[in-house]
Write a protein that binds this ligand. Structure first.
Ligand SMILES: Cc1cc2nc3c(=O)[nH]c(=O)nc-3n(C[C@H](O)[C@H](O)[C@H](O)COP(=O)(O)OP(=O)(O)OC[C@H]3O[C@@H](n4cnc5c(N)ncnc54)[C@H](O)[C@@H]3O)c2cc1C
Length: 461
């Protein structure tokens, strides 16, 4: 249904005409995100450029009962930013100023639309470190990272986005600015709403700025690539490193399918005949301690049957390793028309069981699957390569995904480690929790969004 032209004019009077889109050709690219779901056209897109505009836009939309989808860069993999029909998209990527980087007190204040990698680079230029590094960091926004509690390659040692949120300002359904947290290390003045907002997936309000914790950078690091001729040996090495109480900053797994697609794409020199590889980086405050940790990691890998371990000899070689890993999803995505990327996560000791189960499910449904992921966090991304237009094949894909989730839950894992629930996984929520939990969360949501206009159809539906 076309949107009321008077209402459009009111939005234009808040943000200026150029920040309001209503033409189908302009709206189309906001009808989908990185999830494999059908697109839904919004009725309009509004992109505020100041906090004041954002408050007014939310109030006007809410007062008029417009369903609101909040969107950063739209790289999420769970359909969280697929709009509701006849609804609007509030685009936050033009709220993109770094407001403060405080080197004395180790924090920064940013608007939500700042691109993650640009922020990390600005912080590095000031001699500090922002560790969360999702594979999408060159495009994703910090607001999107908070709303999905994004992880990354360094999650194992440094934690994920939620571990870096000191406070924030959130525009609530009335268009009012709600403040939580502070620039101080300690804060017990109010409820810990910043924690509530992490992984809220745009369902509780719109972040308008975020106070982010920064840390000193590590002084030394060492990256290596361990090859295995058997997937089980690689996954046992992951479990062995964790149970040996060694904490690399990064511990990533790629199976043979991934290795081959990535190598074809990047020519990074990956061993295409290996059944699996682990990409590992250890870091710390002193080179000798880093050496010691690297030796321990290599010992575990050898004990578990690693056939070869290569150590990056310089920064360039290290960069090559991590570029290859970051290219895993794009490389797989180029292989077939549709890429169904899952995110089931298990306790780390269960990695060998999970890897074996994914391969068994792939064989059962005759599907091509490449598995990679943050193995050190128990967070694997089994990626099914298929063609959604082939109905028979896609039915097998859906059955396989169901089984992968079942196994993850049987292993005491979770539906999503970092990609979120969105529209894609909402139907499985009761499997992991129970009716009472879903009702409890819905009640909480209704208190903060009485008309259920923020990202309806997502998460707790
Ligand atoms: C190639 C690739 C690699 C990826 N690698 C990783 C990875 O390693 N780790 C990982 O965790 N994820 C990864 N992702 C998923 C995705 O990039 C992350 O979820 C990211 O945090 C989304 O950021 P975005 O700016 O694109 O947010 P969007 O996709 O636009 O939105 C994500 C969620 O945030 C909400 N939102 C956005 N801005 C705001 C705001 N200002 N206020 C309130 N809610 C808001 C939206 O409503 C939505 O629910 C990857 C995706 C791709 C395509």
């Amino acid at each position: 249904m076309p949107i009321n032209p008077t209402l459009v004019k009111e939005f234009e009077s808040i943000t200026g005409k150029e920040q309001v889109l209503t033409e189908p050709a302009d709206l189309q690219c906001y009808s989908y995100d990185a999830a494999v779901l059908s697109p839904v056209m919004p009725a309009l897109v509004v992109a505020p450029t100041t906090q004041e505009q954002l408050c007014k836009v939310v109030k006007l939309a809410y007062d008029n009962g417009l369903p609101i989808t909040v969107r950063g860069s739209g790289t999420n993999l769970s359909g969280s930013t697929i709009p509701q029909g006849d609804g609007m998209v509030i685009l936050t990527n033009r709220l993109n100023k770094i407001l403060e980087i405080n080197e004395e007190d180790l924090y920064a204040v940013v608007e939500p639309g700042v691109v993650t990698a640009q922020f990390a680079a600005a912080v590095t230029a000031r001699g500090l470190f922002y560790p969360p590094d999702p594979g999408s960091q060159s495009v994703s926004t910090l607001g999107g990272n908070v709303a999905h509690n994004a992880g990354g390659l360094r999650g194992l040692k440094y934690g994920v986005t939620k571990d870096y949120i000191m406070g924030m300002e959130v525009v609530d359904y009335r268009g009012e600015l709600i403040k939580t947290g502070s620039r101080t290390v300690k804060y017990v003045t109010g409820y810990n709403m910043a924690a509530l907002m992490a992984a809220s997936e745009g369902t509780l309000g719109v972040f308008s700025n975020i106070i982010i914790k920064l840390v000193p950078p590590p002084k030394a690091s060492k990256a290596m690539l361990a090859e295995f001729d058997d997937v089980n040996k690689a996954s046992e090495a992951v479990a062995g490193i964790i149970s040996g109480h060694i904490v690399p900053c990064t511990l990533e797994f790629l199976d043979q399918n991934c290795i081959r697609y990535v190598e074809a794409d990047t020519k990074a020199g990956l061993p295409v005949d290996a059944a699996a590889i682990l990409l590992i980086e250890v870091d710390g405050g002193h080179p000798l301690l880093v050496e010691e940790d690297a030796d321990k990691v290599m010992e575990v890998c050898r004990k578990c049957g690693s056939t070869n371990i290569r150590i990056a000899q310089n920064a360039e070689e290290k960069l090559k390793i991590w570029e290859a890993r970051r290219n895993a999803l794009p490389a797989l995505a180029r292989a077939r028309p549709t890429t169904v990327l899952e995110d089931a996560t298990v306790p780390r000791s269960q990695i060998p069981a999970m890897v074996a189960a994914v391969n068994a499910v792939a064989a059962k449904y005759s599907l091509e699957v490449g598995t990679f992921g943050h193995a050190g966090d128990g967070n694997l991304h089994p990626t099914i390569l298929c063609d959604r237009r082939n109905k028979e094949e896609f039915a097998r894909v859906e059955a396989a995904v169901d089984e992968i989730f079942d196994v993850a839950l049987q292993l005491k894992g979770t539906l999503s480690g970092e990609h979120g629930i969105g529209k894609a996984k909402a139907k499985w929520m009761e499997k992991e929790t129970n009716r009472a939990t879903i009702e409890f969360n819905r009640n909480l949501r209704r208190a903060l969004d009485p008309k259920l206009l923020f990202n309806a159809g997502n998460k707790f539906v």
